[in-house]
Write a protein that binds this ligand. Structure first.
Ligand SMILES: [Zn+2]
Length: 296
């Protein structure tokens, strides 16, 4: 075990074992490999603290081994967006999303320089989404809401200008997100990452043509409202994700998450949709390729 692997185990506990592989290839539409594998560097830390390529490659290979050969690596600030774009450029199993996260934006991080860099990264061929962006009314207080909304609007414009998808972070802000999307005009492909609404909100999103991406929260005992939302969403508007290292699905809730654990969520979704598991995997992959383009 390398030094960074042992410190990772100390910090978050040993990662759980991989589940039984999926019968057909599926994907993880939202992961943060830099946080799964490494200790995220502080702002301005440059290249220090980024995980080494071998450890990242091992995680990607572990996902492929359980039928998850396609990942979307998501940036949350300028340094992690740059790292995500670089990883996608060198790795055929990875596409990238780039953005300044709404909580960072709420404290002023989405300034003109940062947005110009996101715009530059969004033009790269392996960057296929702008995100995660949106609104967070849970962790950002009212003093940050104006800056957060201005950043969200700027990110929507960048996605549309480059003709790529938009990946939305929505925390306690369902109606406000729809208000801004309707006002700006949503990009053709708009994904609600870690969908957290109920059946009514799911209907409002589905009606607008948006895509709902479900995380490990779908498997939680107290999340009947999410299963209702997933049940009414057409398979063509469904994605799955880990948001690793967060939101670990049952039966491993509380331990560190990784893309190789997504079969738990896919199996839960197949049950909710009463769909054959292989058919669901195929539907998820074709939706992902419609939204993000093809991986290879
Ligand atoms: Zn995320």
């Amino acid at each position: 075990m390398s030094r960074s692997a042992s410190s990772r185990a100390n910090r978050r506990g040993e990662p759980p074992p991989s589940p039984e592989p999926l019968p057909s290839p599926a994907l993880d539409s939202h992961t943060h490999l830099d946080i799964v594998v490494g200790e995220r560097p502080a702002h301005g830390a440059g290249d220090e603290g980024w995980p080494d390529d071998a450890e990242v490659d091992a995680e990607i290979a572990a996902a492929a081994a359980v039928g998850v050969p396609r990942l979307v690596q998501v940036g949350v600030d300028v340094p992690s967006s740059r790292w995500s774009a670089e990883l996608a450029t060198r790795h055929p199993q990875v596409l990238a999303a780039v953005a300044v996260h709404p909580n960072e934006a709420g404290s002023g991080a989405a300034d003109n320089d940062a947005l110009a860099e996101i715009d530059r990264l969004a033009a790269l061929p392996r960057v296929r989404a702008v995100g995660e962006t949106g609104l967070d009314r849970f962790r950002t207080g009212p003093e940050g809401w104006a800056a957060q909304e201005a950043s969200f609007r700027a990110h929507i414009r960048i996605a549309k200008e480059h003709g790529i998808a938009l990946v939305i972070h929505d925390r306690d802000a369902h109606e406000e997100i729809l208000r801004v999307l309707d006002d700006e005009g949503a990009p053709e492909h708009t994904v609600f990452h870690c969908f957290s609404g109920d059946a009514d909100f799911a209907k409002a999103c589905v009606h607008r043509g948006h895509v709902l991406s479900f995380a490990g929260t779908l498997t939680f005992a107290n999340a009947a409202y999410l299963r209702e939302a997933a049940a009414l969403t057409p398979a063509t508007q469904l994605l799955v994700e880990t948001d690793a290292p967060f939101l670990t699905p049952m039966p491993h809730r509380g331990r560190p998450n990784a893309s190789r654990l997504i079969p738990h969520t896919v199996r839960a979704l197949a049950e909710v949709k009463a769909m054959d598991l292989s058919e669901l995997c195929e539907a998820l992959t074709s939706t992902a390729e419609r939204v993000f383009g093809t991986w290879e």
